[in-house]
Design a binder for this molecule. Structure first.
Ligand SMILES: Nc1nc2c(c(=O)[nH]1)N[C@H]1C(S)=C(S)[C@@H](COP(=O)(O)O)O[C@H]1N2
Ligand SMILES: [Mo]
Length: 325
């Protein structure tokens, strides 16, 4: 993703993989052939294992998601270390490997989520109450960042639809808007400003939000989310680019019109509202045909709708998929 705001643009903030790679190689003084190395490989071999990650708490009574809803994935899961130390959470840092340490003291309890707008029963949920709305399930999903890297992540959570059913959207509601906490006292880049406009906001069409694959995640690998992954509650929409998966949600609003979204506001030419994973629509500055699976050597082909076509293609029968991104 790209920071194009003026001050202090570091090469690590430019997400084009080659630029990122060459900087890493330069900094490490490593005489390695950049051409054959993936970010994942580089990350694994040079990142210092950290003591900083706030240990997750084991989540009791995690069910296994029904195979009818969640298609099985045969690929190996990405390691816990990689999932929790290669993060995009720009409120803390634009350096993926620095997010975990910068976020380690992030306070996620107590936490409330306000659900309002075009609903019959608006409500501010305490997190402990919210996670009891539905049984927590483990769901192993592909995660595909718009920057062309990917992971396989075993989330724990429940369908967003279950929360929306609690508040009962009115017949006028057509969209759902989400908002991340923006606390300058805890988030260095919010305090500093100039990175993105805060709070980070995202949105879905109501039918996307109600889709059974759309998850509110509270954990990963059977434990509560560490701060860097969006504790205590984040969105996961597995057929869309990762930036749609807004972290550390404090507000959810049902609306009649399409809500503004952070990356689209920042750069509408590069980041659309839909942002469905689509290997045949390139990013203006790089191809989306292939991806670097973190922890693997070599690249994989990117799949239409990130491999979830069977489940979600029907939502988009009226969109021109060569155009919408
Ligand atoms: N609030 C907020 N949510 C965010 C982001 C962010 O910077 N701020 N980054 C997004 C991007 S680009 C990705 S790829 C995923 C990364 O999630 P992960 O670190 O759990 O893999 O979070 C998304 N949600
Ligand atoms: Mo991303």
């Amino acid at each position: 993703m790209l920071i194009k705001k003026s001050e202090a643009i570091k090469a690590s903030e430019i997400t084009d993989k080659d630029v990122y790679l060459s900087r890493r190689l330069f900094l490490r003084g490593a005489a390695l052939a950049a051409t054959t190395l993936g970010t994942g490989w580089l990350y694994r071999h040079f990142a210092t294992p950290s003591q900083e990650s706030a240990a997750g708490e084991k989540i009791a009574d995690v069910q296994t998601a029904s195979g009818a809803t969640v298609p099985a994935i045969n690929d190996a899961k990405t390691s816990y270390q990689d999932i929790t130390h290669y993060n995009n959470f720009y409120e803390f840092s634009t350096d993926k490997e620095a997010v975990a340490s910068r976020a380690k003291n992030f306070i996620t309890r107590p936490w409330t989520v306000e659900v309002s707008g075009m609903v019959h029963k608006p409500k501010t949920f305490d997190l402990d109450e919210l996670i009891k709305i539905a049984p927590l399930e483990e769901r192993v999903y592909r995660h595909r960042c718009v920057e062309a890297w990917s992971m396989i992540i075993p989330w724990v959570g429940f369908p967003l639809a279950k929360l929306l059913n609690e508040v009962q959207p009115t017949s006028q509601a057509k969209y759902v808007a989400f908002q991340t906490l923006a606390d300058p006292n805890q988030m260095p880049n919010v305090r500093k400003g100039g990175v993105l406009d805060w709070p980070y906001v995202e949105g879905l069409r109501l039918d996307e939000a109600l889709h059974p694959l759309t998850l509110l995640a509270t954990g990963l690998y059977g434990e509560t989310l560490p701060p860097q992954n969006g504790a205590p509650l984040r969105l996961v929409v597995p057929w869309k680019y990762g930036f749609k998966g807004i972290k550390s949600i404090v507000k959810i609003r049902l609306l009649e019109n399409e809500p503004p979204t952070t990356w689209n506001l920042d750069n509408p030419r590069e980041y659309g509202f839909y942002s469905n994973v689509n290997p045949s629509v390139d990013h203006p500055r790089w191809s989306q045909k292939t991806e670097q699976r973190i922890g693997e050597f070599g690249r994989r082909d990117t799949l239409m709708f990130n491999g979830y076509s069977e489940q979600v293609a029907g939502l988009y029968s009226d969109l021109d998929l060569r155009k919408y991104f």
